[in-house]
Ligand binder design. Sequence first.
Ligand code: C2O
Ligand code: CU
Ligand code: CU
Length: 532
Amino acid sequence: MFEGTSLRRVMEEKMVEPSRRTMFLGGTAWAFAVLGPSKVRAQGSERASLPIPSELRADAARTIKLNARTDTMRFLGGRDTATYGINGPYLGPALRLRRGETVTVQVTNNVPENITMHWHGLIVPGAADGGPHQAIAPGKWWKTELSIDQPAATLWFHPHYYPSTAQQVIKGLAGLLIVDDEETDRLPMPSRWGVDDIPLIIQDRRFTADGQFFDRMNVIAVTNGYVGDTVLVNGAHYPEAHTARGWIRLRILNGSNARSYRLGSSDERSLYVIGSDGGLLERPVELKRLLIHVGERFEVLVDARNGRAFDIVTLPVTQDIMRLPPFDSPLPLVTIRPDAADGTGQLPSSLAALPVLPQQLPTVSQEIVMNMFRDMQGMMPLKQAGLAAMVQSGKTDPEVVARVVDLIVKDPALSEADQLSSNGVNGKPFSIVRIDFSAARNQDLHWRISEGSDLMLHPVHIHGCQFRIVSQEGKPPEPERAGWKDTAPISKGGVSEILVRFSHAANRDDPYMAHCHILEHEDSGMMAQFVV
Ligand code: C2O
Ligand code: CU
Ligand code: CU
């Protein structure tokens, strides 16, 4: 199953000597032996099977009903974790909507706090968008009409109540929203839900000693974002999926609060990226490593015609704090066992026609700058704890790790006033009563997204549109980010330039949002609102 050379390649990438970790082959798949206190819980002999969210289509009355509610779940053995879920105990169903249809969605709030429900990536007017202005009080419901007019894509939904989005997503409020259309139906791709068309919602979590989701908005969180030590895929820890033997389509959502993943397969089989946030690419992009930031989605085909099991793994990323164990080594997220009946899906050589970008771009009509006002305060203690030096040395030092984890877990929460003034856009922390800018409707607009002096990663998301990245740090975007996008990453002082068009209105009462999708940044001011 596992080949020594590819293992070596994987291990070398992270500069940790292979002997530090033991690999073993369990059954037909292999797994990493895991070290460290946080991973002991992962050592159960029984593997969970990958939960597949049920598909939910509009009923005969063209209505979809969502119910946000409380529950408990057992994620890692004995303890009940208090959760939120939508029509279930954790996460939500996969909404399936077709281009051309109009549905009424009714969201009932049965959790004990205000929520909203936002359709991330769906092109709908501000009043239907479910942003921070469309609060649903506990016990109440919100109804909106969604007219679907955009290409087939894997989108998602989650609450957007300011400033508690991070906390509500941690508890479990999120789900997939899949748009289908005829062009995509015509392609001979794997499309049997849960058989060869497999959703993967990737989220990192940390648990408290009594088994609850860890969540604390301290200065470490508002600067670095949420740092989990366990990955859940569709709400299960390192689950396995039995799939068709054939081409498998993975619809990957990075539904984490802050963590980026560098995905690969355990046996170095290629990932063929076929779609980005807002729909199919022109043609598949073959990759060994796929970097996915929070809020982003990629659809990927993998060749499992040989029937052999493999893992989707994540490899260390560049942010120091995100390399704490177990993310300092290749970490398996989910096992795919292609041992069911043969699949018939194929990898098409061409996928979709995308509009050609104009040679001459309009002049920049909007600058959007992400600001961090407490980045020094958040970074200094990490430096003092020895984090940067440890990452540079390439050797994980348990004492440094313990000091950093202490900061993450024990540093006191900020007061709400301090939290809300920690980050900003264009120099100002978010204010729900201030409209920050306006955008012309039905016009190609050239926007420039950048950051202040902080050099941190910010996956910047814009409501009400699917845009194209025209340049990233002055260069064309990676081919997997050259299609429809609603989230553009910037880091290391970089700049993303986008071409965007808004086809709907968003007025002062229901403006659109532009924000960093690191939810701890969003909830601490790194969001702006605009009208169209
Ligand atoms: Cu996925 Cu403004 O959000
Ligand atoms: Cu959104
Ligand atoms: Cu950010």
